[in-house]
Design a protein around this ligand. Structure first.
Ligand code: RP5
Ligand code: MG
Ligand code: MG
Length: 288
């Protein structure tokens, strides 16, 4: 996977912050970079004030809550929050801060990520075969079937993406996968509790038979030298097109659009999602 391309984007996704420029050959911490002086940035909304305490998903800030910050258990299970990395057994802690195991990003602090160190997400990749009006699977010029996946348009930057989201403290990944798919692709947050329950039950059976596609680092534009995204991506495939493939899609929460997207290698997707989709294509011997 191409590392730190998006995580070195010139302008950070919030507040028009400019990253310190890191050339390709200076990404690795093992390469000396004497002039390296990353921009420092942690979004104010993560720190909180007396009137408005910080959100639940946000770690304490060392400058504002040093005693609480000291108590964070990096590289470990911290209460019901997993601060271990999928990338490395132990990530380095330097001057009290976790160090991004994939190298420099040109920005220190937490940016707009809630956690110092790994921020764990889960990505549900729901697929079906593209079919013609007679129900026959569409093929490319090499006779390979064309896959489609449920793709959302992100509210924060308008990019197309897998409907993934953060693993809440104490939440198991299988629950995150279903919850995020429900919220972003089926709009469960706007449903009555009965409707929501019925919708989640309707996908439960199909979501039992997922295949792990990827587990590890995400080249996310929000990453910093001290906070980064990691994910577990699962594929839920509807071979016959009569279960997940028939779902009524409706964008919700942090999605402003949703559709069955036909898969081809030219797709432009958020973060490392293009790489995850390619894995799914290979898994099914589909067109690329
Ligand atoms: C990406 O950000 C992950 O792959 C996942 O899709 C997503 C999670 O963040 P939010 O969608 O909650 O912003 O790095
Ligand atoms: Mg979400
Ligand atoms: Mg999301």
């Amino acid at each position: 996977m191409a590392q730190h391309v998006k995580a070195r984007c010139e302008t950070y996704p919030r507040d028009n912050i400019k990253r310190f420029h890191v050339p390709d050959d200076k990404v690795s911490w093992e390469t000396d970079f004497p002039g390296y002086s990353p921009t420092e940035y942690t979004s104010k909304s993560l720190i909180g004030t007396l009137e408005k305490p910080r959100p639940e998903y946000s770690d304490p800030d060392p400058k504002h809550s040093p005693v609480e910050f000291e108590k964070l258990k990096f590289n470990d299970l911290d209460g019901d929050l997993n601060r271990c990395s999928h990338v490395t057994d132990v990530y380095e802690i330097k001057d009290g801060y976790p160090v991004n195991p994939m190298g420099r990003t040109g920005l220190k602090g937490r940016g707009c990520l809630g956690r110092w160190g790994p921020n764990h997400a889960a990505d549900p990749i729901v697929t079906r075969w593209e079919r013609d009006k007679d129900g026959k699977i569409k093929k490319d010029e090499n006779g390979k079937g064309i896959l489609q996946f449920v793709c959302i348009k992100r509210k924060d930057n308008g990019e197309w993406a897998i409907p993934g989201g953060m693993v809440n403290a104490g939440e198991i990944v299988t629950v995150t996968l279903r919850r995020e798919f429900g919220e972003e692709a089926l709009n469960t947050l706007e449903m009555s509790s009965e409707e929501k329950e019925a919708t989640l039950v309707s996908i439960e059976e199909c979501f039992k038979h997922g295949k792990e596609v990827y587990k590890g680092y995400v080249d996310d534009p929000r990453n910093t030298d001290n906070a980064w995204m990691e994910t577990v991506a699962y594929n839920f495939h509807d071979e016959a097109g009569d279960s997940l493939g028939k779902l009524k899609l409706h964008a919700g929460d942090d999605a402003v659009g949703v559709q069955w997207m036909s898969i081809h290698k030219g797709l432009k997707l958020y973060a490392s999602h293009h790489d995850f989709i390619k894995e799914v294509v290979e898994m099914h011997g589909a067109s690329w």
